[in-house]
Design a protein around this ligand. Structure first.
Ligand code: MOS
Length: 742
């Protein structure tokens, strides 16, 4: 394939090298300072949030007298004494821009909208004192009947104005009903995916500190600009008065894109007490207060001719949404670009429930959507008596089948072919339940992966000191993905200096604004902004260098500027011509014409081998391989780690992950890491990742495409399809727990 360029081609520069994490040593030695540990503003008082024990209703009375008299207590805040805040909503349906920065008042009214919604904040000298005093608060409620069950109320479903990513809720090409009806081979199946919770290792935590009218918030954030905007709107102060600091983040998974009660309450309490206050959500509180993925019903209808060519694709999704703020995952959207078919229909519907709002979670849309849809594709292949890869290749579209524009780059078929060869797909017995090793059944499954490629408006500043040290600054975050490392690689490569000369500083809203970490746009957006800033810095260097560098084609390599057979060390150049240093600012985005004129996605293919115990139904992973085409790979080590993480989420989604909702009380009951099951090392077995590199010039100057969330897309379906191949049992209700096999 001519579009593939091997990493070796760039081996003379840092880009493409498997560089170790620059922040790795700091993190494993405990010297990376996370939000709750910041102490540069002096010792902070501890806030503890008390949550409601009803899901819907009103507070009749709240008695805080005992708590206020408890040892060490400094302050108790309820809706009665909380500072004034703007009302929450309308709008019920904020635009994608509004949702990130709208006011999110806490303790603003006596109204309870969801179980465990904050009803009080206790601030004390120690965490233990605050938590103990919170238990002394007496709250009387008038509970009202809430609605918590999605599946018994599908008749109440309504059509949202758009999906949460701003995309159309419905799409139609041709006449689906006629096309489906006429198809000689029809599949009409309904899948279910459960509530899920993000569960980053680092809980949501904030320390607020005021100096006069200026607030500094040390917090755990994916996107600093959203936090600044959301706090400014909630607190009623200009965003210029707010500094947000978040240099290290212990995972985000979409749950740290917007502010949560820890940030708002820490800010209020610190202002009242005139001292720093820190507030963290407990692990249990995160389940109700920091987003979740909604439960969904997925109806997939596929009509094909006898050769396997798809004639009609229909995909309908019903999802739970909060009653007070709509959230519609873009679950069916990927199906608009995945396979060719003349008649097509995708629709999203929502059923309001009395829960907190859902939030973007680990590939929002594609993760639950491809779990269902790529399982259904496996069902279709079996019904056609065809190989699952052959069916997908047969339906590979030439151009984006709904938008009618070309793909910028698309290597889905190559991913499937490469994976099949590497994994030994030919050894698979297509007849289910036939391969045995002792009392264990063995099965193999695969699934395709697709994910949109985004770019977010971002700026970056790059400066060079008189001694040639390079400082890169932007308000980008590193949520564990490797941002510090890849941005160091980008700047070092662009300026032709060693990585040891480059320092990258992130996570401070005083630095130029970026799109942050989310939607897998981080590396492309922040990286392109850094590259642009480096280009501008090089222009300045050429200018100050003078003839011959300013005449010819100057190059930067080995710490030197080179042109017309002459070269000069950058350190000498700086001393000679820019003794006070140089500084440049660069920018990128937002998504321009190349995103309008091309369909931009990354692709992959997942392969899985499982064993299933014939007596107990126990499912064990044996092997998993993912082949990934996501543009240029900046760092194969950090990229591989991200994909391994995504694959692990896929295993979890297929086999174990679910937040159980008690629909009588609207309460997520398995709200801790003991009972919310996720795969651990012993569950994942042998995993491998292969990258098929592409140079995608349509995406951005660096040819990078979104990577992080691609790993989970379709990964769970490959697991479920392997379980089917092993057992002949098709479970359509995820997770695929043992009880469903027996
Ligand atoms: Mo991601 S769920 O867009 O942070």
């Amino acid at each position: 394939m001519s579009t593939f360029r091997h990493t070796q081609a760039l081996a003379d520069g840092p880009i493409g090298q498997p560089v170790d994490r620059i922040d790795g040593r700091l993190k494993v030695t405990g010297r990376a300072t996370y939000a709750y540990e910041q102490d540069e503003m002096g010792p902070a008082a501890y806030g503890y949030i008390l949550g409601a024990t009803i899901a819907t209703g009103r507070i009749d009375d709240i008695d805080t007298r005992q708590a206020e008299r408890a040892p060490g207590v400094l302050y108790v805040m309820t809706y009665r004494n909380a500072p004034p805040q703007p009302a929450f909503g309308p709008p019920l349906t904020p635009t994608p821009a509004e949702v990130f920065t709208r006011a999110r008042p806490v303790l603003a009214t006596d109204r309870i909208r969801y179980y465990d919604e904050p009803v009080a904040l206790v601030v004390a000298l120690t965490f233990e004192a605050a938590r103990s005093a919170a238990s002394l608060i007496r709250v009387r409620y008038t509970a009202e009947r809430g609605d918590h069950d999605l599946f018994s109320r599908l008749s109440e479903a309504y059509t949202p104005t758009r999906t949460n990513a701003g995309l159309q809720t419905d799409s139609a090409v041709g006449d689906f009903d006629t096309g489906f009806e006429a198809a000689p081979v029809k599949l009409d199946v309904t899948y279910y995916t459960p509530y899920q919770s993000h569960n980053p290792m680092e809980p949501h935590a904030s320390i607020a500190s005021w100096a006069g009218n200026d607030l500094t918030l040390y917090t755990s954030a994916q996107t600093l600009a959203n936090f600044r905007g959301g706090l400014a709107n909630t607190l009623g102060i200009p965003r210029e008065r707010i500094r947000v600091v978040s240099p290290y983040v212990g995972g985000g998974f979409g749950a740290k894109l917007i502010i949560h009660p820890d940030a708002v309450l820490a800010a209020f309490a610190a202002r009242v007490l005139q001292r720093p206050v820190k507030v963290a959500l407990t692990r249990q509180q995160m389940y109700a207060n920091a987003g979740h993925r909604a439960a969904m019903q997925h109806q997939v209808r596929l009509g094909a001719d006898s050769t396997g060519k798809l004639l009609a694709i229909g995909y309908d999704v019903w999802s739970a949404t909060s009653r007070f703020e709509e959230f519609c995952e873009q679950t069916a959207v990927f199906a608009r670009s995945l396979y060719a078919a003349p008649s097509r229909l995708t629709r999203h519907r929502l059923v309001p429930v009395d829960l907190n709002r859902g939030e973007w979670m680990r590939s929002p849309g594609e993760a639950p959507g491809m779990l269902a849809f790529e399982s259904a594709m496996d069902e279709l292949a079996e019904r056609l008596n065809q190989d699952p890869i052959d069916v997908r290749v047969l339906n590979e579209p030439e151009i984006d089948p709904e938008r009618g524009v070309p793909f910028a780059t698309r290597s889905l078929v190559a991913c499937m072919r490469t994976g099949a060869e590497r994994f030994g797909w030919n050894n698979r017995n297509p007849a289910p339940g036939r391969v045995r090793e002792g009392r264990r059944l063995i099965g193999m499954g695969m699934a395709a992966a697709i994910r949109p490629n985004y770019l977010g408006a971002s700026r970056a500043q790059v400066s060079m000191s008189p001694t040639g040290r390079v400082l890169v600054r932007l308000d980008m975050t590193d949520i564990g993905t490797g941002t510090y490392t890849i941005l160091t690689q980008v700047a070092a490569q662009s300026l032709g200096v060693p990585m040891s000369s480059v320092q990258v500083q992130l996570g401070d809203s005083r630095f130029p604004q970026t799109a942050g970490s989310g939607g897998s746009w981080g590396a492309a957006s922040a990286g392109s902004a850094v590259e642009d800033a480096c280009q501008r810095l090089k222009q300045q260097l050429i200018q100050v260098a003078g003839v011959p560098y300013s005449d010819g084609q100057a190059q930067f390599a080995g710490g030197r500027i080179i042109a017309s057979g002459r070269s000069e060390r950058l350190t000498d150049l700086m001393m000679r011509a820019a003794p006070t240093g140089l500084q440049a600012e660069g920018s990128v985005g937002p998504m321009g014409d190349s995103y309008k004129n091309y369909s931009q996605h990354s692709n992959g293919a997942h392969f899985v081998e499982v064993s299933v115990d014939m007596d107990t139904g126990e499912i064990r992973m044996r092997r998993m391989l993912s082949v990934i085409a996501a543009g240029r790979i900046l760092n194969p080590k950090t990229a591989r780690s991200q994909i391994l993480g995504g694959m692990t989420w896929g295993i979890g989604a297929a086999l174990m992950e679910q937040t159980l909702l008690d629909t009588r009380h609207g309460h997520f009951i398995n709200h801790d890491l003991a009972e919310y099951l996720i795969p651990v090392n012993g569950d994942i077995a042998d995993m491998d990742v292969v990258f098929l590199e592409e140079a995608d010039e349509k995406a951005n100057v660096l040819g990078i495409k979104g990577l992080g969330e691609l790993g989970v897309c379709g990964a769970g379906a490959a697991v479920a399809n392997a379980v089917y191949n092993a057992t002949g049992i098709r479970v359509r209700e995820f997770p695929l727990s043992i009880d469903k096999l027996l």
